[in-house]
Design a protein around this ligand. Structure first.
Ligand code: NAD
Length: 479
């Protein structure tokens, strides 16, 4: 049993009111520990610590800031095994995924922004007799709120640029996956991060999260999570003009033309559908296949997916582990039931999996492929965020585009074709913030990351993140 504490002003502390929540292990369904159920007093304590630390952190030389952030990256890698085990236990993802994707990327987030901060240059504008230049100043105290699907990976994707830009942070991981954020505090202390620069609070979204968003001294919020919570946050932040970055839900189309590199497409489509139990915001959950290829694709895709092994997340042979929580397990099963009611034909999977021994109470769902549904049905319009995809044929480029764009979401799209002009035409016409062509989730951390429509507003990554976490101030001098 692990008792998680808040991390405020460089120290692990209990919540002031002494309230805790149970934390569950998705692999077994059993309670694995407790986490603080932090309230507005805890949030205020964290904000005060951050406020007090801000002047010195903002004034620190870039070289020193760079050094500390690099040491945090090193500390994460030195603790790779411990962090990966905690991430897998907390989220149900396979240990292999946590070891090879989540934790290395968390280290890379710090390394990337530690380096980036040394290369920032701001604009200047000249004309005869007039010189204007732009200062990019840290904002002050910022809030970073992260979801459960890639816990440390997405938490650090916000914290690292916020700190690199000279801000102090009050952060909150998801209450469903608190462990790696909890362990990060000690790593930051070891790396020499001054007390108060990063504060990590645990608790529920509508209470702890809402208290961070509503705190008047928190000047910007970087949020990744559901569209519903994003809308709640925007309602609080908008009237007081807080800076907002919102990375929200998705329902990403995966468009496959008959002229694609078939083997690579098939292998990648299995991953882009079911990696992390389909719980990656970039997973392609609506798969559109050119009519002539549809029967072959359907046969091969179903065979490949049936061969995937769902099992103990700690077992290296498992391709999929458990979904993240009982509530999410029930939601995903409800979505599969809805698809059946809407007339969908389940080609494989279609329900929960019984597991032996200690895993019997865990949240395991068979990877599920459904066909025969129209674009406008709820199954194809609403985010499921689990191991469930739909497949449907299309006639031509226009039909594929029309179906892909017929969605309230617009995070990413994947396109499989070797037709050069068509690839560029479609990339330009897809209503998403990100388009992958003949690949999936190939990340270059310098590129703008984010969505359109109900998938959010603002962009993360590279300069976009450093711009978000700074205020531009123009200075004009008459010469
Ligand atoms: P969620 O919205 O329930 O919670 C996300 C975080 O916000 C948690 O820390 C939660 O405690 C907090 N929160 C919830 N309500 C809040 C409120 N009113 N005020 C402040 N904080 C609040 O999302 P989730 O279920 O943890 O994550 C899954 C969702 O995240 C999916 O919709 C997925 O698509 C999305 N997601 C998006 C991206 C992206 O980059 N666009 C990446 C990963 C996940």
């Amino acid at each position: 049993m692990i008792q998680v504490h808040n991390f405020i002003n460089g120290a692990y502390v209990s919540p002031v009111a002494g309230q805790y929540l149970d934390n569950y292990a998705p692999a077994t369904g059993l309670i694995s520990g407790t986490i603080p159920n932090s309230d507005a007093t805890d949030v205020d304590n964290a904000v005060q610590a951050a406020n007090a630390a801000f002047p010195a952190w903002a004034a620190l030389s870039l070289e020193k800031r760079h050094e500390i952030l690099l040491k945090i990256a090193d500390g994460i890698l030195q603790n790779l095994d411990k962090l990966a085990a905690a991430e897998s236990a907390d989220s149900g993802k396979t240990l292999h995924t946590a070891r090879t994707i989540d934790i290395p990327r968390a280290a890379l987030n710090f390394r990337f922004f530690a380096t980036a901060l040394l290369h920032v240059a701001s604009e200047s504008h000249h004309q005869p007799g007039v010189l204007s230049y732009t200062l990019r100043q840290p904002i002050g105290v910022v809030g970073c709120i992260a979801p459960w699907n890639l816990p440390l990976y997405l938490f650090t994707w916000k914290i690292a640029p916020a700190l690199a830009a000279g801000n102090c942070v009050v952060g909150k991981p998801s209450e469903i996956t608190p462990l790696t954020a909890y362990l990060l505090g000690a790593i930051c202390n070891e790396a020499g991060l001054p007390p108060g620069v990063l504060n990590i609070l645990h608790g529920l979204g509508p209470t702890t999260g809402a208290a961070i968003v509503g705190h008047p001294a928190v000047k910007a919020i970087s949020f990744t999570g559901s569209t519903r919570a994003g809308a709640d946050i925007a309602r609080v932040a908008a009237p007081v003009f807080k800076k907002l970055s919102l990375e929200l839900g998705g329902k990403n189309p995966n468009i496959i033309f008959a002229d694609c590199d078939y083997d690579k497409m098939l292998e990648t489509t299995v991953r882009s559908s079911f990696n992390n139990q389909g719980q990656i915001c970039l997973c392609g959950s609506r798969i559109y296949i050119e009519k002539s290829l549809y029967p072959t694709f359907k046969k091969d895709f179903v065979a490949r997916v049936k061969a995937l092994k769902v099992g103990d997340p700690a077992d290296p042979a498992s391709n999929l582990g458990a979904v993240v929580s009982k509530a999410h397990f029930e939601k995903v099963l409800g979505c599969i039931e809805l698809a059946r009611q809407e007339g969908g034909i389940v080609l494989c999977g279609g329900g929960a999996l019984e597991m032996p021994g200690s895993l019997a109470g865990g949240y395991y769902i068979a990877p599920t492929i459904i066909e025969g549904l129209p674009t406008q049905c709820r199954t194809n319009q609403e985010e499921i965020f689990g191991p469930v995809v739909t497949i449907q044929p299309f006639d031509d480029e226009n039909d594929a585009l029309a179906q892909a764009n017929d969605s309230p979401y617009g995070l990413s799209a994947t396109l499989w074709t070797n037709h050069l002009q068509r690839a560029h035409r479609m990339a330009g016409a897809l209503q998403t913030g990100i388009v992958w062509v003949n690949t999936w989730m190939l990340r270059d951390l310098r590129t703008p990351f984010g969505g359109v429509k109900n998938s959010g507003m603002g962009r993360e990554g590279g300069w976009e993140a450093l711009r978000f976490f700074t205020e531009a101030k123009n200075v004009t001098v008459e010469l």
